[in-house]
Ligand binder design. Structure first.
Ligand SMILES: [Fe+2]
Length: 273
């Protein structure tokens, strides 16, 4: 059992079955599901990849401690965790399926999402396209940001950016997210384009390289960034987001009402030198 202190609650990782174990009777989650490689068909760089039963990632929905449940419900937020297994489909690092969020009722932007890496290293692929409801022809990528995020670091996916997470490290990767309870995911757009606009492939020496997905047109070049602290967004390196949230839940109201912080989402992402 490996202690994962960045959870901010007593949750450990079992390397035996790759699962999270809760070590407190007050803590529970609403749902658990596992994604296998079969569910990734049509999203992978290698269209001929045929293995069906390779575990890809696990999702633990709405993890909450009974004693602080109302702190989350008061600001309409949910705390989830995802565990991405180590490995590849061909040369492509394992990743989540990728999705967009729905629009906020009465607004022209979608919900943002705060992510923190708990264990391992992630590359977050975030893309904004001209029209993510397009069903025919290639979508035009207007912005694509690839954020390298290590354990203890966090990012906010800005409104309107489709996103997926790639496990680019060695070993299992674990991350958490804080998101509006009203945010719903749409997977169709990413599926219609055979995945996100960039595939993340492994080099012979274990490092990664980016390959553009030919089912998109590009008005920009992918840029690689690293996250910085952002007090206004409630982000501090090596401080569990869960703990920061409980200390000051009102800071995170921007996850339901993001427009006042638009510049902050981008200013915390620094070009990688
Ligand atoms: Fe999301």
């Amino acid at each position: 059992m490996e202690k994962l202190t960045m959870f901010g609650m007593p949750i450990v990782f079992s390397s035996q079955d790759q699962k999270l174990k809760v070590q407190d009777n007050h803590v529970n989650y609403e749902d658990y599901s596992r994604k296998y490689s079969k569910g990734m068909f049509g999203l992978l760089a290698d269209c001929s990849y045929a293995k069906e039963d390779e575990p890809y990632y696990d999702f633990y929905k709405a993890i909450v401690d009974d004693r602080v449940r109302t702190k989350f419900s008061d600001v309409n937020l949910r705390y989830d965790s995802t565990v991405i297994m180590e490995g590849y489909a061909g040369n492509e690092f394992k990743k989540t399926a990728g999705h967009y969020h729905c629009l906020i009722p009465g607004k022209t932007v979608s919900y943002p999402e705060l992510y923190q890496v708990i264990k391992g290293t992630a590359l977050f692929v975030m893309q904004r396209v001209n029209d993510n409801a397009m069903v025919e022809g290639n979508m035009l990528v207007e912005d694509v940001i690839l954020a390298e995020v290590h354990a203890g670091e966090s990012i906010v996916v800005p409104p309107d950016f489709g996103h997926c997470t790639v496990n680019i490290g060695t070993g299992t990767m674990v991350f958490v997210n804080l998101v509006s309870c009203d945010s719903h995911n749409s997977y169709e757009s990413v599926k219609n384009s055979v995945g996100m606009c960039c595939y993340v492939l492994r080099n012979a020496n274990g490092t990664y390289r980016i390959e553009k997905n030919p089912h998109y047109d590009f008005a920009c070049q992918p840029r690689i960034v690293v996250p910085a602290d952002s007090p206004i967004l409630g982000i501090k390196k090596n401080m569990p987001v869960y703990t920061s949230f409980l200390n000051a839940p009102e800071i995170y109201r921007y996850l339901n009402d993001p427009e006042g912080h638009m510049a902050d989402y981008f200013s915390m992402l620094k070009d990688k030198q």
